[in-house]
Design a protein around this ligand. Structure first.
Ligand code: IMP
Ligand code: MG
Length: 179
């Protein structure tokens, strides 16, 4: 597939198939179910928009009572991180006193999560864990570790299954990398 990036054309190559994503999501859900008490409500805090597809598939496999909440960060323009992070949708008050699972699409520089995790703790969460579909360890610019990682990938920009290029391609059922 060819995609337009600014004024040039790049090739997008499938990196993770629908089936690989689905199988890995089942494994992650099993770990999360194992790590959290069955009787306690888990607040699932979905980071919009990138994590919506992953979160929708993951939450259906969780076996404790859940409460779904959303937040939104702003940090990106095109394929280059702008370096500054802010909250476009605030962390909901309902995280107070609860076990919280933040669901992210991808860790790149690590700045977004390093900004968000303390905000969730400040809002009074009892426990904060992070699940991310993708992690680019070579791109980290700050110390960051997620509790649940779907796949470790290289530095190439990826699209699909929620991840966008300037708003497009989120609906692809697979993950493709720009090469
Ligand atoms: P970080 O703050 O640099 O870790 O970036 C995290 C956010 O940047 C992610 O939640 C994505 O929205 C976006 N992002 C980082 N890398 C990619 C990519 O390869 N494709 C699409 N979005 C990305
Ligand atoms: Mg994101």
């Amino acid at each position: 597939m060819l995609v337009n990036v600014g004024n040039r054309t790049m090739t997008a190559k499938v990196l993770l198939t629908e089936q690989q994503i689905s199988e890995r999501t089942t494994e992650l859900a099993a770990q999360i179910n194992n790590d959290h008490p069955k009787g306690e409500t888990l607040v699932v805090l979905i980071v919009l928009h990138g994590a919506i597809l992953f979160a929708a598939d993951l939450v259906r496999k969780l076996n404790m009572p859940t409460q779904i909440e959303t937040t939104r960060l702003k940090s990106y323009a095109g394929t280059v991180s702008s370096g500054t992070v802010s909250l476009a949708i605030p962390v909901p008050d309902s995280v107070a006193g609860k076990n919280v699972l933040i669901i992210e699409d991808i860790i790149d520089s690590g700045r977004s999560l390093n900004f968000l995790v303390p905000k969730v703790k400040d809002a009074g969460a009892k426990l904060v864990r992070v699940a991310t579909l993708l992690d680019k360890p070579e791109a980290h610019e700050t110390e960051i570790t997620a509790d649940y990682v779907g796949f470790y990938i290289g530095k190439n920009f990826v699209i699909g299954y929620g991840l966008d290029l300037d708003g497009a391609y989120r609906n692809l059922p697979y993950i493709a990398e720009l090469v």
